[in-house]
Design a protein around this ligand. Structure first.
Ligand code: MN
Length: 235
């Protein structure tokens, strides 16, 4: 019998309501792909948090607040940067565990940004202000609708999975990777050159995407393939 893998999903934090929350797409994308999503405890009790991680075969780093620029050695440059200290702490524990134990990890939006920032890369603190790009990276609803293209780098796991060169993706981010971490490789770039997908070589599946397959998986087969690959590697 093929056991369904348990995937630890990082909860979202609502600072105003002092409440954790979750977007159903993260959970349902995992369920549809054959996994069992489990929302991780949002606690600074490291022992409890790590015990919860032990149960998981893979991890999903969700979207959320901005990564604290201190993590990549900078100060906050703009008032629109909103951080969450506990999220940064817990994401770091998850990333370290995934790397150390070679457990699959998918980082989405903030997830890919955190992976890069925490492993020696830097971020654009505000894409529009710092690059002046004309590509729409901050779309309005419906969020499943593709708004820009990405060029897939061939001979990368994403290229091998999707077997295409150009992908249309949704986009809802005001930050993105600036200098790529030395331990990550680029798998896709937007038309303006911004890095939109990465992976960690020599690991089973440590991937990050800047777009949102959790919004698009119902309509978009490529998004489903990414969730499927993530879950299959977690089995
Ligand atoms: Mn984008």
């Amino acid at each position: 019998m093929n056991m369904k893998p348990i995937i630890g999903v990082m909860p979202l934090w609502d600072e105003e309501k002092k409440s954790i929350w979750m977007l159903p797409g993260y959970m349902n994308g995992i369920i549809d792909a054959g996994g069992i999503p489990m929302v991780l405890p949002f606690t600074d009790n490291e022992d409890v948090f790590c015990r919860a991680l032990d149960i998981c075969s893979g991890f999903l780093l969700t979207g959320g607040q901005d990564v604290d620029p201190m993590i990549y050695g900078e100060r906050k440059r703009y008032d629109n940067i909103v951080t969450c200290t506990l999220r940064d702490k817990l994401d770091a524990i998850v990333l370290n565990k995934a790397v150390e134990l070679d457990k699959p990890l998918l980082g989405i939006c903030r997830g890919i940004q955190f992976m890069n920032a925490a492993s020696g890369g830097t971020l654009y603190q505000d894409i529009l202000l710092e690059t002046g790009t004309s590509v729409t990276h901050h779309q309005t609803p419906p969020y499943e609708k593709p708004v820009h293209e990405v060029m897939i780098v061939q001979d990368t796991p994403l290229g091998q999975l999707l077997k295409k060169q150009i992908l249309t993706v949704n986009s809802y981010h005001h930050q993105s990777i600036k200098d790529l971490s030395p331990v990550l490789e680029c798998m896709a770039r937007a038309e303006d050159g911004l890095i939109e997908a990465v992976y960690m070589p020599r690991k089973k599946f440590i991937w990050g995407v800047q777009w949102h397959p959790e919004f698009s998986y119902k309509a978009d087969e490529d998004s489903r393939k990414i969730f499927k690959a993530f879950i299959e590697h977690s089995c």
